[in-house]
Design a binder for this molecule. Structure first.
Ligand code: SAM
Length: 317
């Protein structure tokens, strides 16, 4: 199957921005425009609610929304299904004392998703180190009506976990730079052992993996953190299972009591899990989520959730 054919089988995903709208109202609006709830592949006017992400709608692949007033008003956000998993899985509380970090935020789709899940309450610090991308992020946040976000143009690795400003951070989303090998239409990034550049590719992935591991270790140092989502849009185990496996063995994880959330806490109804041979044990592989760019009608994606073991649990053992 060609990349174009594959892309044609991926619905146009539309996330309803619940900061300003509801999915019920969105469905009504699309029904009034002549759409029918028959599914995205039944006809040009078919659409559906997603079965995993509550505020996600599926439309036929070539449906245009970029000029739609709903899009320009920030009521809908065009976001791939897999890219909605991290914020949904992190599930930050919608409370006034909620404090959350998005460590690698631009262009900001996941930041605005976190903000909507928090119902614009509490505080969400959104870091982005690149100046140009930071400017895109701030525009995106304004368009998405995010009022609880403080965007910060800084390298997350330079942020001190001891800074009193971050002492109450309980949830961190880490979606760092990766090879992007899971992005449909960019499958040329896939490592091919037979290419002349295999060694170079391998070095590039190793370098990315070292950086990704560093980011997780840094996130684990925040004193009140209870949950860390680590995600990539890569299909390579080097950036996914291997990074998670190593992270679990670090000083930060061992002293902080971090482990992977059990399958039941991380999209249990999603069938595709981690690659067992690439992790420490089958249970760990079950604790992470993968999306296949060829089989799941999404981009290739990986999500894991580190949680801090409850101290009382340890005492009881
Ligand atoms: N989560 C974003 C979204 O859904 O829109 C996409 C994030 S993109 C995969 C990774 C971003 O992290 C890039 O914009 C990159 O510039 C930024 N980044 C990489 N390393 C960083 C660091 N150490 N601190 C802050 N931002 C970083």
């Amino acid at each position: 199957q060609s990349e174009d054919a594959r892309a044609a089988r991926i619905p146009r995903y539309v996330r309803v921005n619940t900061a300003v709208w509801t999915t019920d109202k969105a469905v009504k609006e699309f029904l009034s425009r002549g759409f029918e709830l028959t599914g995205p592949f039944e006809s040009k006017k078919g659409f559906a609610r997603d079965q995993h992400i509550p505020d996600l709608l599926l439309f036929p692949p070539h449906t245009q929304f970029t000029d739609d007033p709903l899009y320009t008003a920030g009521k809908i956000i065009l976001q791939d299904k897999a890219s909605c998993f991290p914020a949904y899985i992190l599930a930050p509380p919608a409370a006034d004392d909620s404090v959350v970090i998005d460590a690698t935020a631009a262009p900001g789709n996941k930041t605005s998703h976190l903000s909507a899940l928090m119902r614009n309450r509490g505080k969400l610090f959104a870091f982005e180190r690149d100046r140009k991308r930071f400017s895109t992020l701030t525009k995106m946040l304004a368009k998405a009506h995010c009022r609880n976000v403080e965007p910060i143009n800084a390298d997350f690795l330079t942020v001190s976990p001891e800074d009193p400003k971050y002492k109450d951070v309980t949830h961190i989303l880490l979606d760092p730079s990766c090879s992007g090998s899971g992005i449909v239409n960019r499958l040329d990034y896939l490592l091919d052992a037979e290419t002349q550049d295999a060694e170079e590719d391998r070095q590039r992935l190793d370098k990315l993996a070292s950086f990704q591991l560093l980011m997780i270790r840094h996130a684990m140092k925040f004193p009140s953190v209870k949950g860390i989502v680590y995600s990539t849009c890569s299909v390579h185990a080097i950036e996914n299972e291997h990074v998670v496996r190593q992270a679990l063995r670090t000083e930060e994880a061992l002293s902080g009591g971090f482990k992977l959330a059990p399958r039941g806490q991380i999209l249990p109804q999603w069938g595709r899990r981690g690659i067992s041979e690439e992790m420490n044990c089958p249970a760990d592989a079950q604790s992470v989520v993968r999306c296949s760019p060829t089989e799941d009608a999404t981009n290739g994606f990986f999500v894991s959730l580190f949680v801090k073991a409850d101290k009382s649990e340890n005492n009881a053992e």
